[in-house]
Structure formats: structure tokens, C-alpha cells
Design a protein around this ligand. Structure first.
Ligand SMILES: NC(=O)c1ccc[n+]([C@@H]2O[C@H](COP(=O)([O-])OP(=O)(O)OC[C@H]3O[C@@H](n4cnc5c(N)ncnc54)[C@H](OP(=O)(O)O)[C@@H]3O)[C@@H](O)[C@H]2O)c1
Length: 330
């Protein structure tokens, strides 16, 4: 049986749907009934309600070893998609605990139970950021001296645990997706961008990031598995877009006025100072940090072509994805 952690998240839910279509027997890890119902709703809206029979739900937290151990009963293949995804400074503790300790628990169980395959959904946040190179690849070195967000650090540390599984004989597949575009589950990155634009956001950060759609993440995992691309990491970035270009494109689809003014790193630093001041009085939770400002303000190109050169996988163009998403809104 296949265990999917984070089955109630954007990637996990779409992965469960694709696995169920292949008639695989899936154990889906969940924490709350409400989120479990969201997955069931996703199946329903995709006319796949009948496939829910392929899912056995097991309740568990990845940081709670006894619950996780129980969830591993009868499992021989693991997709680890659970994580706490946040760049907010105020969430640092939960991000670090969930992503590092949770992954360490999963890796230990995979080794102990001699799991046949562990597929791990990492992130571009876990990649190195050497300022001396023009584009970031799977090989870009992680520099400890460079300040990174707690999320980036947590995904990097989690990957180190997954590499340990590989060394201990568990075949691993690691993917490093960019921002994942997808719908059907609550609070996706796309929903969050749309919400900001609908609230009348006037500014855009000056930097850029890489994007990939959720269906591509699932297809990439299957492709790498089919081609037995074990014990390597693969960036999943279809295209790099500036925040300005993405917000302008989304605004145009939503018939909204796009944000017109860029917000410089200097202004973001000033805002961080204000946040620090108010957080002292506990009236405001901090979002910004030096590392998150660099993430928003820097232009960086992330090269996602390793998977397309080594396998027959092809990305969905971001523009095409957004056009289809926009027509589904009508
Ligand atoms: N979203 C992106 O743009 C993006 C980009 C690159 C990489 N990634 C990576 O892709 C993976 C999937 O992300 P996603 O977009 O699907 O995230 P998501 O929608 O936020 O879902 C996260 C999932 O992890 C589960 N989870 C969180 N803490 C947990 C815990 N302590 N124990 C058990 N389950 C826990 C959540 O359960 P609940 O539903 O109960 O909260 C949910 O099912 C993550 O590893 C993330 O780091 C995401």
C-alpha cells in the first residue's frame, strides 16, 4: 500500500486523485475531518467520487511518532507531501518542527520498515543560492552563511534526512517545485495571490520566482518513478516570472487594475523595522525577515530543465495554465 502524507494539502490531494485513478491502494494521512472533506469534495467536483473507495484514511501528525508508526502499518511505498508552508517570521517554530522533525520521523520509519520507495516533495526554497552564479540548478551550493527563511532552512534540513534514507538503502525521489499553481483545495498559493489582488493590492515586489502547476508535480513524480530516477533531485519549474508579470496577468484575468508600483527592498526593510517595533508590544505578528525580503526583492532564474532533458516529461506552459484557470472561473 502507498502512504501519502499531506493528503489534505494541494499536492497530496491531487496526488491521491491520480493514484486512485491508477487503482492504487492508498493510505491517506489526515489531521482534521474538515480537511478530509475538502479532498472528498475535490474528487466529487472532478467526477471521481467512485475512486474514493481506493483511499483508506488514517489520522496522524507527522511529529507524533506513535501516530505515524500506526499509519505505516502495511505500507511499502511513501509519498511525503506534508509540510508547514509559510514564510511568516511568526511561524518559524512550527515550520521548523513540522518540516524537520516530521521528515526525520518519516525517514526513520522508511529505513526501519525497508520501504521500497520514498518520494519527497521538497521545494526550490531548499536549493542553494550562490550569488556568483547566473541561474540556480540542482547543483547550486547551499551556503550556510547566507541568511535564509526558516522554511528554506527546514526544507534543506528535511532533504538531508531524505538523503540519509538513500544512504541506508531506501530508493528516494526528490522534487523541488517552484510556487505550485493549482486549485480545488483551500488557501492555495493561487488563491492567496487572487485574494491580495481582490483586496486592491497596489504594490508588487521587484523580484521573481519559478512556477509549476500541481498536475505537473504529480506527473513528474510518476515519470521519475517510471524511469527509476532514484537518489537524485529534480527542480520542477516550468517558467520564471517576475511578481509584476504574474500579478499583471492575474489582474487581467480577474478584470482588476494591476498593482502599478514596485516596492523596493529598502521600503521592505523599513516595513520590517515597523513590524519589529509593534511585535515588541505583541500587537502585530512579524511576517518580514531579511531572508524573506531577499526572496521577494531578488531576481533569480531557476533552471527546471534537468527533468525535461533526462526524461520525456514536458511542462505545461504557465500562460496556458492561467488561461485555462481563468476560463474555469466564467
Ligand atoms: N505550495 C507551494 O507553492 C509549494 C511550493 C514548493 C514546494 N511545496 C512543498 O510541497 C509539499 C506540499 O505542499 P502543499 O502546497 O500541498 O501544502 P499545503 O496545501 O499547505 O498542505 C500541507 C499538507 O501538510 C499537512 N501537514 C502540515 N503539518 C502537518 C503535521 N504536523 N502532520 C501531518 N500533516 C501535516 C497538512 O495537513 P492539514 O490539512 O491538516 O493542515 C496538509 O495536508 C510540501 O512539502 C511543500 O513544502 C509547496
Amino acid at each position: 500500500m502507498i502512504l501519502v502524507t499531506g493528503a489534505t494539502g494541494l499536492v497530496g490531494a491531487h496526488l491521491c486523485m491520480a493514484l486512485a485513478e491508477k487503482e492504487e491502494k492508498i493510505v491517506a494521512l489526515y489531521r482534521t475531518q474538515k480537511k478530509r472533506e475538502c479532498v472528498e469534495h475535490l474528487f466529487l467536483t472532478n467526477q471521481k467520487k467512485a475512486l474514493l473507495k481506493n483511499i483508506e484514511w488514517r489520522k496522524g501528525d507527522i511529529t507524533h511518532l506513535p501516530e505515524l508508526t500506526a499509519a505505516f502499518a502495511g505500507i511499502d511505498n511513501v509519498y511525503h507531501c506534508a509540510a508547514y508552508v509559510s514564510f511568516a517570521h511568526s511561524k518559524n517554530d512550527v515550520v521548523l518542527t513540522t518540516n524537520i522533525q516530521g521528515t526525520e520521523n518519516i525517514v526513520n520509519l522508511c529505513i526501519e520498515k525497508k520501504i521500497k520507495q520514498l518520494s519527497y516533495v521538497s521545494s526550490i526554497a531548499a536549493l542553494g543560492q550562490d550569488p556568483s552564479v547566473d541561474e540556480i540548478t540542482e547543483e547550486t551550493q547551499w551556503l550556510n552563511e547566507k541568511e535564509r527563511t526558516a522554511y528554506a532552512y527546514s526544507k534543506h534540513e528535511a532533504e538531508l534526512h531524505v538523503w540519509r534514507a538513500a544512504q541506508e538503502g531506501v530508493p528516494v525521489i526528490i522534487v523541488n517545485p517552484g510556487v505550485i499553481l493549482g486549485t480545488g483545495m483551500p488557501h492555495t498559493p493561487l488563491d492567496q495571490m487572487v485574494e491580495q489582488l481582490r483586496k486592491g493590492r497596489k504594490f508588487y515586489p521587484q523580484g521573481s520566482t519559478g512556477y509549476v502547476c500541481v498536475e505537473d508535480v504529480v506527473r513528474a513524480l510518476f515519470q521519475l518513478e517510471k524511469d527509476k530516477k532514484f537518489n537524485q533531485r529534480y527542480i520542477l519549474v516550468s517558467e520564471n516570472w517576475t511578481y509584476k508579470a504574474m500579478m499583471t496577468q492575474l489582474s487581467s484575468h480577474l478584470n482588476l487594475v494591476p498593482p502599478r508600483r514596485s516596492i523596493s527592498k529598502t521600503v521592505l526593510y523599513a516595513l520590517m523595522g515597523i513590524e519589529v517595533f509593534f511585535s515588541l508590544f505583541r500587537t502585530h505578528k512579524r511576517f518580514l525577515s531579511k531572508a524573506s525580503i531577499s526572496m521577494l526583492g531578488d531576481y533569480r532564474k531557476i533552471n527546471g530543465s534537468k527533468i525535461t532533458t533526462q526524461t520525456s516529461f514536458a511542462y505545461t506552459p504557465v500562460q496556458l495554465y492561467l488561461d485555462q484557470w481563468a476560463s474555469s472561473l466564467k
